[in-house]
Design a protein around this ligand. Structure first.
Ligand code: BEZ
Length: 212
């Protein structure tokens, strides 16, 4: 069955560009972005893997490790990373899992047979330090992903895990947040939101980002 939000994700050991890798050990206490791409030596994937390498400082700042995967083997991956560095202006600075036996692709449901019988689709999994799945995305092979959007979601998850807020449409780090509807006690509201809040509707209350 496909993984669902809140599930503990499965562990695995698989070869990678950095040698054999046990997922849970490698992940440690970090947040994880695991993303699959259809194939090595393809144009959209080349741009995606380069963009992720350039964003590494942003992921590091958020205690996030990134890891890519396709059904190609590690020799193929190692051949391709040279092209990525040459064309995208940044060396690949994270592991790429080799999955020719589809062990990980099957565990994480990354092959969608009606899209393509053999290649992984563009899946994304955001996994928290407790190994729980917090976001999934599935993009078609023809559409490159927006990785700054993943950073935005991570900012939201890390904020809303620690404060009684949710983040509204198109929110960016530093913008006002909404107070979760479950919180109604005026004394608790005063204590949790010392900067105050605006009641737009009883269920829509805006407050400055609490950790800023
Ligand atoms: C690409 O990454 O460019 C790509 C991969 C598979 C199908 C189409 C495009």
């Amino acid at each position: 069955m496909a993984l669902r939000l809140g599930d503990v994700v499965p562990d695995f050991t698989q070869d990678s560009t950095e040698g054999p890798l046990n997922f849970y050990e490698w992940a440690g206490d970090s947040w994880i972005v695991l993303f699959s791409h259809p194939k090595d030596f393809t144009p959209v994937c080349t741009t995606e893997l380069g963009a992720v390498a350039r964003l590494k400082p942003e992921f590091d700042q958020r205690n996030v490790k990134v890891i890519a995967l396709s059904v190609d083997d590690s020799d193929s991956h190692r051949g391709w990373v040279g092209d990525i560095e040459e064309t995208q202006g940044c060396a690949v600075n994270y592991p790429i899992l080799a999955d020719p036996d589809r062990k990980v692709a099957d565990l994480y449901d990354m092959i969608h047979p009606n899209a393509n019988n053999t290649l992984t689709v563009r899946s994304v999994f955001i996994i928290d330090p407790a190994k729980k799945l917090r976001l999934t995305l599935t993009y078609p092979a023809s559409t490159g992903r927006n990785f700054p959007e993943l950073l935005r979601v991570i900012d939201s998850l890390q904020l809303t895990d620690n404060y009684s807020v949710a983040t509204p449409v198109n929110w960016q780090d530093g913008d006002d947040c909404v107070i979760v509807p479950a919180l109604q006690d005026p004394e608790v509201l005063k204590e949790k939101f010392p900067k105050g809040y605006t009641v737009v509707k009883p269920y829509l209350r805006m407050t400055p980002q609490p950790n800023r």
